[in-house]
Design a protein around this ligand. Structure first.
Ligand code: FMN
Length: 345
């Protein structure tokens, strides 16, 4: 019988199917369900930098209202009570609010870890180096086996050039790696002006995994209500192909394991990512659509395929179809459709 185990984040995982970060790993009850699916590890719902800032503002707002319906009066009352100056009172309230939000997430990590027997990967969604050094250390103390940093910079700020956007990723990694001993993976988007070289450079910073790719919110317009919305919260099975290209191109060139995520809904698309060079896959949308049973289907499908092909371990075929192994390495770099078009017309 095939051995599906893989090494990732310094851990021996029983198979290459990891449940990705989402609402399905957002509470202890859900985490228990997720773990029962047979997945080898799970990534907890992220704590978002924006969420902390939002809750911080909400807290400041509430404090203000309770103390005379304005921020300033709220701070002023703290100031009077404690004989702090204004700046000090503001900093005190801000820290208190931040601590409350972070505290909730830390308790969640601790409880999640206690309730399952597979590795628990905590997740931080960050857009700046912020206070993550301090927070990452506390996630480690809460018992997370590893940390996935979800950094998505949409290069929409016309005042920032590509080097500045890329630097954010390196700054965050440097900040976090200085503070923690647990393995750290980085989940990135694909909006880089030089994706291949940036991904390779990022993979050599000391991270233990590079997760390709974060799937952004897909905006749409409702032509009746004239509102911006999104019909495409969940991925389509065809979306695996973009990730496949980049896993195949980067495999053998990066300094850490690659993990594929987006559009992996079947054993077949998971096997393709492994052949392209991925160490593991992270799945989410298929679980929303089909339930946790699809984890079992994917794992069993990989096992059956390995048995059929005579592979006893994943190492025997991982990367066998990466770009460096192909007779025609241009296959994964093809971006135009000349041959297809010529067949169609
Ligand atoms: C409802 C929902 C919530 C998500 N929340 C998070 C999150 O908190 N942090 C994160 O890194 N990714 C989050 N994701 C992205 C998934 O982890 C995953 O990268 C993405 O959905 C692509 O994988 P898929 O095609 O298997 O869905 C979320 C996805 C969905 C659908």
């Amino acid at each position: 019988m095939a051995d599906l185990s893989v090494k990732y984040l310094g851990l021996k995982l029983k198979n290459p199917v990891i449940i990705g970060s989402s609402g399905l790993t957002g509470s202890v009850a859900e985490v228990k369900h997720a773990a029962a699916s047979g997945a080898s590890a799970l990534v907890l719902k992220s704590i978002f930098e924006e969420q902390i800032l939002h809750e911080m503002n909400g807290f400041l707002d509430k404090t203000g209202k309770e103390n005379g319906n304005s921020f300033h009066k709220g701070y002023q009352s703290v100031l009077n009570e404690r004989e702090y100056d204004y700046e000090e009172a503001y900093a005190y309230l801000k820290d208190h609010a931040k601590e409350q939000t972070l505290g909730k997430y830390l308790s969640f990590v601790e409880e999640a870890k206690k309730s399952v027997d597979i590795p628990v990967i905590a997740s931080i969604n960050c857009t700046s180096a912020y206070d993550w050094h301090y927070f990452a250390r506390r996630i480690e103390s809460a018992g997370a086996d590893a940390l996935e940093l979800n950094v998505f910079v949409l290069p929409s700020n016309t005042l920032k050039n590509s080097a500045e956007n890329e630097k954010v990723h390196f700054d965050i990694i440097e900040t976090v790696l200085k503070q923690v001993k647990i393995p750290v993976a980085l989940k990135i988007g694909y909006y880089f002006s030089a994706l291949a070289t940036t991904a390779i450079d990022l993979s050599k910073t000391g991270i233990s995994g590079l997760v390709l790719f974060n799937r952004p919110f897909h905006p749409d317009i409702d032509i009746n209500t004239l509102e911006v919305n999104s019909k495409y919260l969940l991925s389509d099975p065809s979306e695996y192909s973009n990730v496949l290209r980049w896993i195949a191109l980067l495999s053998g060139r990066v300094g850490c394991p690659l993990v594929a995520t987006t559009g992996i809904h079947s054993a077949e698309s998971a096997i393709k990512q492994l052949l392209a060079g991925a160490t593991a896959v992270e799945v989410v949308s298929t679980l929303y659509k089909e339930g946790f049973g699809s984890v079992t289907t994917i794992i069993e499908g990989i096992e059956q395929w390995m048995d059929k092909k005579g592979y006893t371990t994943i190492d025997e075929f991982r990367g066998k179809m990466n770009q460096q192994s192909l007779k025609n390495p241009a296959e994964f770099e093809r971006v135009q459709f000349m041959r297809l078009y010529s067949k169609i017309v």
